[in-house]
Design a protein around this ligand. Sequence first.
Ligand code: BGC
Length: 384
Amino acid sequence: MRKAILAITALGAAVALSAAGCSSSKSNSSGSTTGGSSSTSSAASGSSSSSSGTPHYTNNKVGVLLPDTNSSPRWVNSDPNELKTQCDSLGLVCDIQNANGSATTQTTQAQSMLNEGVGVLMIVNLDSGSAKAIEAQAQAKGVVTIDYDRLTLGGSAQYYVSFDNTAVGTLQGNALVKCPQVASKTAVKYVEEDGAATDNNATLFKQGYDGVLSKQAGWTKAGEQSGNWDNPAGTAQSTFQKLLQGAPDLNAVMVANDEMANAVITVLKQQGLNGKVAVSGQDATATGLQNILTGDQCFTIYKPVKGEADVAVKLASQILSGQKPTAPATVKDSTGNRDVPSYLATPVVVDKTNITLPFTDGYQKASDVCTGDFAAKCTAAGIK
Ligand code: BGC
């Protein structure tokens, strides 16, 4: 039985939260629509707020299900920290759990959150099937679910909060063709190491970069494998070893995120090829930024966490105060054949020319990146 909690929160100006993160109401290639700034105004309206601007919740509990701790440091640092900060500032009690890569664990965590009486459940799925079952259980209890970052295909989430993931892929493709290792070449051989096939984002990233690379004059794809989001502890390294054996003279690697890129770079180093081959990335991780500083990685895709976490927590707060926010966009769930109301933030390419951005934004700390030999490179790059 859900506990109804009347929480009169003591936090004043909390709902005056900036709606900046909602600004990216772009359409994507899978048929989403653009809704302009309507959600920004609905997001800011707060009709059930008190005169001090504090929302009146009938239930202020939110469950947040994160996927793993090794596919990207974002799930350990960035997202949970920002989600917690926002929950605190909006007077929400957020139970944030990480499933360590196990869908069984995620299901157990979800069930205990539902038993705790959360009013909203946010989920970064490990695969659509297990998350669909979690969402059905939530729905049966009248709990609103929000797909966070990854869309659950065939699921029943009322909202999807993410980045425009097709745009992430398009940016990756466009940035890869501009890398110094390939920019002036008339013939380029490349391989692709995609993200996990269980993640709809990996599909969207691929749609984005394939849309660019397959049309690039002189570019030939010499191999492709799914890297399963594995970092070097997993299969990303051995996967790339095989790709490299099949194409020892490759010029570029389209690899889905920074941790996998680091596995690729490890293999390239063993062959004395690091820096000679253009390598992509994503997430602006400390390792990714270090690899950009050395020239072993050409760029990363920076996804400012506030644009996603703050929007999701604010949405949860609005739902818990009785509102039914109108999302600015939709994303197509091709399995469930429905358009999911969506908030999509805008990703940014970060390379040597704008590498200070994740630091000035407060997303990365110089103390985490500018260690040892990287200190001098950071100084030269203007990172403080
Ligand atoms: C996220 C990426 C992340 C990857 C691995 C994707 O769904 O959008 O930011 O690198 O999962 O965790």
